[in-house]
Each structure stands twice: as structure tokens, then as C-alpha cells.
Design a protein around this ligand. Structure first.
Ligand SMILES: [Zn+2]
Ligand SMILES: [Zn+2]
Length: 159
């Protein structure tokens, strides 16, 4: 998902605000890492953020990026997206929202649903503890992958 310049700036500002509130020191490296995550609507993983920021800041180490991500996640400035491919992906969209995940290419797309936000927690769950977030993950095949798959099938039939 391509983000508008306005949305990038909005995310960056809310990052900075949340980081200040959490008492996270805003070093130059962390700000650049922030900027990269805030500008990425595709739920990037640590490695791809590292590669992109390293182009601008060559002395950057991957440990710094991992540490920054884990601090941001702990302070709820950033959310970890649970995707089943083994890499952890991160989300800079802190508005309540849900995901569509493609099983083939791992693309993660955001969607909003007032209906899901009002989800009624089943009685049986209540004794287990307090629920503070409802998050729905839909899994399937994205339109792009589905297009590729059907193109491949037609290709096979031609052979
Ligand atoms: Zn896909
Ligand atoms: Zn998201």
C-alpha cells in the first residue's frame, strides 16, 4: 500500500510523540529508522528496514535496528504483525485496524471495520483475562498472486 506524504508525516509525528512519552531517546539513527518505518505501508521486516537505512547511515548495525524495534514494540509505538512466514513484520499504523495477509507472497494490507471493532468477546473467554485489543487477520491469496496463478495455469494448458 502506497502512503500519501500527509499520512507519512502524520505517522512520523505520532511516532515522535509516543517515543517522547515513553522516554525513548531520539538519536539520529533511531529517527532515521522511525522515518523509514513510518513511510512504509507494507508492514516491513527488520532486515529490509536495516538495508534501506544503512544506505543513508553506513555505520548502522543490525543490532541497533533490532533493539530499536523491540523498544518501540515494548512501548507500543509500533506493533508486531503476526504473520506465519518466519520473519516478524512491523506495523507503523497504530490506529485500530485489521489485516488481509496473502499466503503466497506474504503481502499484508490494512483494512478498517467498525463492525469488527465492536466485536463481542464470547463469555467463555472472560475468565481467561481482560481483552484490550481485537484484531482480525484474514488469510488468502491476493489479487496479484491470483492473477499470476491463473496466468500460469493458462500457460500450462497451452503446453
Ligand atoms: Zn500475494
Ligand atoms: Zn497494519
Amino acid at each position: 500500500m502506497k502512503l500519501s506524504e500527509e499520512e507519512k508525516q502524520r505517522r512520523l509525528r505520532s511516532f515522535i510523540r509516543a517515543a517522547r512519552q515513553a522516554g525513548i531517546k531520539l538519536t539520529h539513527q533511531r529517527l532515521e529508522i522511525f522515518r523509514e518505518i513510518a513511510g512504509d505501508g507494507r508492514h516491513p521486516d527488520v532486515e529490509s528496514i536495516y538495508k534501506r537505512v544503512k544506505k543513508r547511515i553506513p555505520p548502522l548495525s543490525i543490532d541497533t535496528v533490532y533493539r530499536t524495534f523491540s523498544v518501540l514494540e515494548r512501548e507500543k509505538v509500533l506493533a508486531k504483525v503476526s504473520v506465519f512466514c518466519n520473519r516478524a513484520r512491523f506495523d507503523s499504523n497504530m490506529e485500530p485496524h485489521h489485516h488481509f495477509v496473502c499466503r503466497r507472497c506474504g503481502a499484508v494490507r490494512d483494512f478498517f471495520s467498525h463492525e469488527l471493532d465492536r466485536f463481542h468477546v464470547p463469555e467463555e473467554v472472560k475468565p481467561w483475562g481482560d481483552v484490550d485489543t481485537v484484531y482480525v487477520e484474514l488469510r488468502g491469496t491476493c489479487a496479484e498472486c491470483a492473477g499470476k496463478a491463473s496466468a500460469e495455469k493458462t500457460e500450462d494448458r497451452r503446453k
